[in-house]
Design a protein around this ligand. Structure first.
Ligand code: SF4
Length: 239
């Protein structure tokens, strides 16, 4: 199957079945979103949503964050991953938002990347979610699912390469949604270990399913058992 056809299947399925995807991070303004996205690096959205209410009560605006030291931020985010670094980033982010951007979250990727703790992925999330711009943030889920579905070539080995291939084939208006579709599919169905191919609605055209799952299933039993930990097999299944 050629790549344009895979994209057509992907877009058709999700526009039909999941037309309005949203981020699972809870926020009510651009400041809250950028703080949440910075905290979500290598951390779950669920955990971030747990710490945000107390953090925002203490630092409800960029001005409040700008006046804080990392040591004052740390206790509110100690349960997220890398709290020391993130406390430094948030304090610095507050200061720069106030000193350079009048307390407003900037709307361009270039300006956003000047903020501490904000790389290309975070900047893409912010412009996509807040400003509805056609930016594709490539996190671990987007990277993995794009490859498994065959939406991107094997030579796309960096997040930037995957981003470029995805935006080439997805209509601009759908790019912000496609970002969420890939993340949510990766989070709940096409998980990193043991993807749930059996219940996946995309398997009829998924490259990984055809190349790996179907081939493994059609391998002679002897070959199939090779490489499987016998401890995971019940006595009946080995006979
Ligand atoms: S069929 Fe399997 S590998 Fe392919 S997208 Fe679905 S869960 Fe992922």
């Amino acid at each position: 199957m050629r790549k344009p056809e895979r994209f057509r299947h992907f877009l058709d399925y999700f526009t039909t079945h999941f037309p309005e995807p949203e981020t699972e991070l809870v926020y009510s303004n651009p400041y809250e979103l950028i703080v949440a996205v910075v905290l979500s690096a290598q951390c779950t959205d669920k955990r971030v949503n747990q710490v945000m209410p107390a953090l925002l009560e203490q630092f409800p605006t960029p001005e409040h964050l700008a006046a804080a030291t990392p040591e004052e931020v740390f206790p509110f985010i100690r349960s997220v991953s890398y709290p020391n670094n993130k406390a430094k980033h948030l304090a610095g982010l507050g200061r720069l938002l106030v000193s350079e951007f009048g307390g407003e979250v900037p709307s361009t990727i270039e300006e956003l990347q000047r903020l501490p703790g904000v790389g290309r992925k975070t900047a893409n999330v912010v412009v996509s979610v807040i400003y509805n711009q056609p930016a594709m943030a490539v996190d671990t889920h987007v990277f993995r699912v794009s490859h498994r579905l065959g939406l991107v070539s094997r030579t796309a080995t960096t997040p930037l390469a995957v981003e470029k291939e995805l935006v080439r084939y997805i209509p601009e208006a759908l790019i912000p949604k496609a970002h969420h579709w890939l993340i949510l599919h990766g989070r709940y169905i096409c998980v990193a270990r043991n993807p749930k191919c059996g219940i996946c609605p995309l398997k009829s055209w998924c490259k990984y399913y055809a190349d790996v799952v179907v081939k493994a299933a059609s391998t002679p039993k002897k070959g199939l058992l090779k490489g499987i930990d016998p401890a995971t097999l019940s006595p009946e299944s080995t006979t």
